[in-house]
Design a protein around this ligand. Structure first.
Ligand SMILES: *[C@@H]1O[C@H](CO)[C@@H](O)[C@H](O)[C@H]1NC(C)=O
Ligand SMILES: *[C@@H]1O[C@H](CO)[C@@H](O)[C@H](O)[C@H]1NC(C)=O
Ligand SMILES: *[C@@H]1O[C@H](CO)[C@@H](O)[C@H](O)[C@H]1NC(C)=O
Length: 195
């Protein structure tokens, strides 16, 4: 029992890191001034608990974004003033519904990428995201937030989303954390916790 709760605490600590590998945009590179069709890929519930809400904060640079309506999910928006006349932009939005913990779902959206100056280097736009489950919450903030990299040239290598470490995903220290990350990816984490 002692062992189990220790494992659970460690798992909770490791979870954010693990999710950095698994929850992100399916298409994460874009050229300035283009329209990007992408999706937030939610791969798992929170340690075996179903997902009931996915909420996303839109970075200020983005003034036009269209999250897609999904069957069985309710979509809500909040708005902000853009500072240009009476124009409003979506500041955050959330899908509320139900997703079984073992099921993956893509939460789609279409984003007008602003005409940012990327001549001095890539610009990364972060979308802080909260995945609320029925008995836990995963916050992806700061560097761990799902992000879009606005770049001058999209190399073929990066055309498709991949989960490997070479994408620059933050690395976790400690073999347990690595084991958790690996087992979350494979879904084996559930067995570890439920045994
Ligand atoms: C959340 O629910 C899952 C599945 O029922 C369970 O395995 C896990 O222990 C629960 N976690 C907490 C913190 O209650
Ligand atoms: C929506 O919910 C209904 C009733 O629970 C279910 O039969 C259907 O498969 C769900 N659709 C999707 C796309 O999950
Ligand atoms: C900018 O992004 C591209 C991917 O399109 C990548 O190949 C390149 O290494 C990035 N440049 C820097 C400086 O990170």
């Amino acid at each position: 029992m002692m062992m189990k709760s220790t494992l659970f605490a460690l798992a909770a600590l490791a979870l954010q890191g693990a999710y950095a590998h698994t929850s992100g945009f399916t298409n994460e590179f874009a050229l300035p001034g283009t329209t990007l069709t992408t999706a937030l890929a939610i791969r798992h519930g929170c340690i075996g608990s179903p997902t009931i809400e996915v909420s996303v904060i839109v970075p200020e640079e983005i003034t036009t974004i269209k999250p897609v309506e999904l069957q069985n999910w309710t979509l809500n928006f909040e708005y902000r003033n853009t500072g240009q006349g009476n124009n409003q932009a979506i500041s955050s939005f959330r899908w509320t519904g139900y997703l079984n913990p073992g099921t993956a779902q893509d939460f789609g959206m279409v984003i007008d990428i602003p005409n940012l100056d990327v001549s001095q280097g890539n610009v990364t736009l972060y979308f802080p995201t909260v995945q609320r489950c029925s008995n836990a919450t995963i916050e992806l903030t700061g560097e761990e937030a799902p992000h879009i990299t606005v770049t001058q040239k999209i190399s073929d290598e990066y055309d498709h989303h991949h989960d490997g470490d070479e994408s620059g995903a933050p690395k976790m220290a400690g073999s347990f954390a690595n084991m958790m990350a690996a087992s979350m990816l494979g879904g084996a984490g559930y067995y570890l916790l439920n045994n």
